[in-house]
Write a new protein. Structure first.
Length: 400
């Protein structure tokens, strides 16, 4: 009896100590982020750490727009760039569940312009010649970045990623004329245009414009009220400015960056950019990530089957090297998946999945611990790796 009571006391003490430690670590996150703001790494940041139904940490720090003296707020809107890719992939999985496409299907089955596509030879004296692919590229190849789609824009429309002035259908027609970098499925090469092709497949299979499908099937049902491709007038005042560092100080990013002059808010744009086009907030992304963490359901509504979530978040590129942006990760279906925590070193468990954006935003889901980590910043010239790593490590430590 005495031993049992002692064990019970120890367990109770541990249970009480854990929230205290979590609270202590969570309280240090804004202090750590403030140091990066003070040294002009970023103008400001919004951080959010959730565990199950609980928000463990949520702060807005620094400035959303230095020039207009606009402070960062928790509902500040950011260009999340490549964090759009998993959203497009969710759209593809919805259509697969409805029998409107299959992941192993050749792309040319839905987009005839990809018929008779060519691949660049890469062996010996034939490096300048084009050959026929051993197999046509598939939807799965696009989702895993193993299709060999060139990331650079075709010469004839080289400005479209900046001006966003070409329709999705027209962009994809130009992409279909580009030779593949390698035989499909044999190598990994990150490709935003590959995801743009998926966006066009969504249009063909759904009968809707890509952006309308995403809004009607994902954004609006999830209550992601501040997530969109083209900023409505009443949201512009809440959009954070994008910065670059010059002579140790932050200045507004030039109009040559992806999506063009950030102060023009994509005025007149028609290209939705399925690989990088979304604006969003930390709170909106939390809804999306909770749906994924809960195996396809959110607020009593099912968006994806458990199998689809499993399929998206398993490593599909095992055996192909190098893969991904960090050591210790492979790629699932448009999600980067941690396969070796000791290589990745962000504090994540094996099986954690997520994605970053070109302007520094990050979103990660750890199914083993139930931790969701969201970092929102806006800097287009890199230099935020340390900030990212510090935040992700602290986010996991704030709960466990």
């Amino acid at each position: 009896m005495r031993t049992a009571c002692l064990c019970l006391l120890v367990l109770c003490a541990a249970a009480q100590a854990q929230p205290a430690r979590a609270t202590s670590v969570a309280a240090e996150i804004p202090k750590a982020m403030q140091r990066f703001i003070d040294d002009h790494t970023v103008a400001g940041a919004v951080t959010l750490v959730a565990h199950g139904d609980q928000i463990v940490e949520s702060h807005a720090l620094g400035m959303a727009d230095i020039e207009s003296n606009q402070p960062m707020r928790k509902d500040t809107i950011f260009q999340i760039m490549s964090m759009t890719k998993p959203v497009t992939a969710i759209g593809i999985m919805m259509l697969a569940e409805e029998g409107k496409l299959a992941l192993r299907d050749p792309v040319e089955q839905y987009l005839p312009e990809f018929h008779k596509q060519r691949v660049a030879a890469n062996i010996g004296p034939d490096t300048s010649r084009l050959a026929q692919p051993d197999n046509p590229i598939t939807i799965r190849d696009l989702l895993t970045h193993t299709a060999g789609i060139v990331d650079a824009a075709p010469a004839a429309i080289h400005d479209y990623p900046r001006l966003m002035n070409v329709s999705l259908a027209e962009v994809v027609k130009h992409l279909a004329r580009q030779p593949l970098l390698f035989q499909p499925g044999t190598q990994w090469s990150y490709s935003s245009p590959g995801i743009e092709i998926l966006g066009r497949i969504i249009e063909v299979c759904s009968g809707q414009k890509y952006e309308d499908f995403i809004a009607s099937r994902i954004l609006r049902p999830l209550g992601m009220k501040d997530t969109f491709f083209f900023p409505p007038a009443d949201k512009i005042s809440r959009i954070a400015m994008v910065y670059v560092q010059k002579d140790g100080k932050l200045v507004r990013a030039p109009g040559t960056i992806l999506a063009g002059d950030p102060a023009k808010y994509r005025a007149g744009a028609i290209f939705p950019a399925p690989g990088w086009g979304l604006y969003s907030t930390a709170e909106d992304l939390l809804r999306l990530y909770r749906m994924m963490l809960d195996k396809g359901t959110y607020d009593g509504h099912r968006y994806l089957s458990q199998f689809s979530v499993h399929l998206m978040t398993e490593a599909h590129t095992t055996g192909i090297h190098p893969v991904g942006w960090m050591r210790g990760a492979d790629y699932g279906l448009a999600w980067e998946v941690v396969t070796d925590p000791l290589g990745e070193l962000a504090g994540h468990s094996r099986g954690t999945y997520g994605h970053g954006g070109a302007f520094g935003t990050q979103g990660w889901i750890d199914p083993a611990t139930g931790v969701i980590s969201i970092l929102m910043i806006q800097r287009s010239d890199g230099g935020t790796e340390s900030l990212r790593n510090v935040f992700l490590n602290m986010a996991e430590a704030a709960v466990f």
